[in-house]
Design a binder for this molecule. Structure first.
Ligand SMILES: Nc1ncnc2c1ncn2[C@@H]1O[C@H](COP(=O)(O)OP(=O)(O)OP(=O)(O)O)[C@@H](O)[C@H]1O
Length: 341
């Protein structure tokens, strides 16, 4: 549906070159909620802006629906842009128009008949839950309501792609959750492919099925959200995931635990079916070893279970070794090192 092939974007600033996007190849399939995550300056916005050719790639090709954007005539490009809705961090609403006026505006530009504009505006207001606010002006709305208007406006001309530029970054956590739910409905009920950029891993975790991690213009890791979350390869990806996983208590707590005689501390990852069986108790009982869960989470990600636990083992040293070695045949485990300060 959207395909980047070896795309780079280099800005020339005076005599300096800024490599905003470097050798990126990515495929976003129809029906995806695809998230691009990265720290500030990673190249996310530049990548996003190439999907509707607000930025032209310096090298490489960007295809939407199998069409190379650089080969489109200006008229064809306008047609393509109609098919791509966009929402923004700062909403970009017109302050002089009402909520209904903002939603109707893109249809007016397309010369949609007045009656149809009225019908569609009503429908969209109801879809985003703002029927009561049709006559209000943007300044009378909360941030979350403004973004709902932004979404309704982006959907006005029935796009099949919605691109979201940090759409929840200006919102509090509760409102963010509401907007993410709405984006999920846009995807599931209207069949719209969503491409979003964010610097917040919780956004990716909440709604995306696929993710790409960017750093210094490069995509350093990409794949299914479940795979990337449960087995991140790159240190930057690991940092992002730690921000939502909270998979390690503070060093002070770990030190206290060690000072109290704890010697065998392991991180144990349960994925998919291994979350359904009482593995820890079965295997520790077999060897007469005790286990104690010190920290961790078990949760659902992409309709699959994922557990990430810090577990200490107590008992006879040789029995512990045997139990751990048997567990390691079934689940991923690594010993946790407590740093001496
Ligand atoms: N029009 C431009 N001219 C020159 N440099 C630019 C331009 N747009 C972006 N850049 C530079 O390209 C790099 C990537 O910027 P980009 O905005 O794509 O990153 P980002 O990941 O979206 O970051 P942020 O979240 O802060 O917007 C940065 O170093 C930025 O300064």
């Amino acid at each position: 549906m959207i395909e980047f092939s070896d795309v780079s974007k280099i800005f020339k600033v005076k005599s300096r070159e800024v490599k905003a996007v470097q050798n990126v190849s990515l495929k976003i399939e129809k029906g995806d909620i695809f998230g691009v995550i990265g720290f500030s300056g990673a190249g996310k916005s530049t990548l996003l802006r190439m999907v509707n050719l607000l930025e032209k790639p310096t090298v490489g090709t960007v295809k939407v629906h199998d069409t190379d954007l650089m080969k489109l005539s200006p008229k064809e490009l306008r047609g393509l842009r109609r098919n791509i809705g966009m929402i923004f961090q700062n909403f970009n609403l017109m302050t002089s128009r009402t909520v209904a006026g903002n939603i109707a505006y893109p249809m007016k530009l397309e010369k949609v008949p007045k009656k149809e504009i009225e019908r569609r505006t009503k429908e969209l207001l109801s879809f985003v839950g703002l029927s009561e606010k049709a006559k209000d002006y943007p300044e009378q709305l909360s941030g979350g309501q403004k973004q709902r208007v932004g979404i309704a406006r982006a959907l006005a001309n029935n796009p099949d792609i919605l691109i979201c530029d940090e759409a929840t970054s200006a919102l509090d956590p509760e409102t963010t959750a509401d907007i993410l739910k709405l984006l999920k409905r846009v995807n599931a009920e209207l069949g719209i492919t969503v491409l979003l950029i964010t610097h917040e891993m919780n956004v990716i975790q909440e709604i995306c099925n696929r993710v790409a991690v960017m750093e210094n213009g490069f995509v350093i890791e990409s794949g299914d959200v479940y795979d990337v979350f449960t087995n991140p390869q790159h240190p930057t990806t690991q940092r992002f995931i730690q921000s939502v996983n909270q998979d390690r208590p503070s060093e002070a707590i770990l030190k206290e635990w060690r000072e109290n005689g704890g010697n065998h501390l392991y991180r144990v990852l349960f994925k998919g079916s291994t979350t359904h069986t009482p593995l820890l108790s079965e295997i520790t009982q077999k060897y007469g070893v005790y286990f104690n869960i010190l920290y961790g989470t078990v949760r659902e990600l992409q309709q699959q279970m994922f557990g990430n636990l810090l577990v200490s083992f107590e008992g006879d040293e040789r029995a512990i070794k045997k139990a751990i070695s048997e567990l390691q045949q079934i689940v991923e485990m690594e010993e946790v090192v407590v740093h001496e300060s």
